[in-house]
Design a protein around this ligand. Structure first.
Ligand SMILES: [Zn+2]
Length: 235
């Protein structure tokens, strides 16, 4: 039979495990929320990038239009000069300039057309990204709301969990409590364990004969000489 102190420790451990599990759930929530917020930020960045791309294309189109306008003006000037010149070679030289300007305008217009197609594509992409973001963000925000609600629920439960742990500590010798506190730091890892077949149920190693005989004494708190857990005889 476990000694009276071990019985109390087992109750404390049971409640304390719940407290530790509770705490780790509470600690996880802000991390989960931060991860979702990061996702939202990432999606917004992608949308901004798509918007920036469209702006760049629009600027390029504007620049091409200006170039085309300037080339057309230049060509107009050549044409009016051509009307005024008397010499044939001058007339022909201007004719060559006009041809050059015309082909330059043609090439620029081709580029402009390409940019216009690219703009259409970028607009479509931006609209799609915007729609997706709206859809995703509402999902993300719903998850964040749920996590916050859960956090509030866990926080209000936590007080009663703590009260139960405090109640379980009552009547346990302070030095034993301190020993227990030092050991019990992780949820899911019992530190008050039975001795089975002469082995510690925590580390599964054989306990020494000294620990064995000590643990059989009335109401003595004994620790495994391998792992330091509090060990007791079940029967
Ligand atoms: Zn052990």
């Amino acid at each position: 039979m476990p000694t009276p102190t071990v019985e109390k420790l087992l109750i404390l451990q049971d409640r304390d495990q719940k407290r530790l599990a509770h705490e780790s759930l509470l600690r996880a929530i802000p991390r989960d929320i931060a991860a979702i917020e990061q996702k939202i930020a990432g999606e917004q960045t992608a949308l901004e990038a798509a918007r920036g791309e469209l702006q760049q294309l629009e600027l390029k189109k504007k620049a091409l239009e200006n170039e085309i306008g300037a080339a057309a003006e230049q060509m107009g000037r050549y044409r009016s000069q051509q009307l005024q010149v008397r010499k044939n070679d001058e007339y022909q030289a201007l004719g060559v300039e006009i041809e050059h300007a015309q082909s330059a305008i043609g090439a620029l217009e081709e580029q402009e057309l390409e940019v216009m197609y690219a703009i259409d594509e970028a607009r479509r992409k931006l609209a799609a990204a915007g729609e997706e973001l709206k859809h995703n963000v509402s999902g993300h925000e719903a998850r964040i709301r749920l996590l916050r609600e859960r956090e509030t629920g866990l926080q209000s439960e936590f007080q009663s969990v703590q009260a139960l742990v405090a109640a379980a500590r009552e009547g346990i010798d302070e030095s034993v409590q301190r020993l227990y506190e030092r050991l019990a730091v992780k949820p899911g890892l019992p530190v008050v364990v039975a001795i089975r077949d002469g082995k510690c149920d925590g580390c599964h190693l054989k306990i020494s004969s000294n620990v064995e005989s000590e643990s059989r004494k009335a109401d003595k708190v004994v620790t495994c000489d391998q792992c330091g857990r509090i060990v007791y005889w079940e029967s």
